[in-house]
Design a protein around this ligand. Sequence first.
Ligand code: BDR
Ligand code: CA
Length: 319
Amino acid sequence: MTLALLVDCDTGIDDAFALTYLALREDVEMAGVVSTGGNVPAAVVHRNNLVLTELLGIDAPVALGADRPLVEPPMFADDTHGPGGLGHAVLPEPTRAEDPRSGAQLWVDLARERPGELVGLVLGPHTNLALALAIEPELPRLLRRLHVMGGAIHHRGNTGPTSEWNIAVDPEAAQRVLAAFASAPRLPVLGALQATESVHVHGEVLERVEQLAGTSGNPVARILADALRFYFEFHESDGFGWSAHVHDPLVAAHAVTGDFASTRPLAVDVELTGTLTRGQTVGDELGRWGREPTVDLLTHVQADAFVEHLLSTLEAGLR
Ligand code: BDR
Ligand code: CA
């Protein structure tokens, strides 16, 4: 059965791997892409998404999201992803058209057109999904389900000491999304840092992607290799050695296959007011809040199996 996906992302090096993986899966129909500001400004994300969807032959609407988070000024991670969002990659100019709708409106329109069918996948800040909920509060019941990369549960942050990037950029949006989707017929699946950082890839993975770029001559493989090399350089400068945490593709692959991780239900909320901990995702393990679970949390990641699955999908599809 084909899975219809709306992908909301801040492309971004690992977002680009996720988009490519999804484009190469025959069981995925890319129904839409929303460009959300995060790793780089929304307009730069949008350009990356237009170029990648064009090169990958994804014939789906690509809509530009809001240019700032709901409350705070935007922040960017060009140290991590490069000023263009894709590390050392040099992109051609896009020639395909963008969708004229806002990112939020695309969420709403696609969900209304395909009630109970569309799966949402958020790989960046939650700004545009939160804006979409303001237009259509029934989204949690219109979507088939929601998968999110975000948060750090009982794990250090990667942005603030306790906050993960996708939540830290727009904590209010993340809080609204989690609160709204807690009442969805199926709990949202949350891939937080303690799961996604177990996909910690080393030199042999970069070498395989470099080799694919060299032997295939495929422009997307070239972009991925040049982007991943930059990601390694950043992680090395951040104290992680010659390696990278490749977050988003794991959440994408689990959304499609249901494989490579388990899940467990947990009540999770977002800290909005902490003077040291704003943007932290707090998980209530002992039920002290007396609330029902709000997410299915990814656990027990089969990292080696996933990395091999990702690489073999890229090698089969981009040669
Ligand atoms: C998340 O932040 C972004 O930099 C990555 O693309 C990923 O979605 C990891 O914290
Ligand atoms: Ca991302």
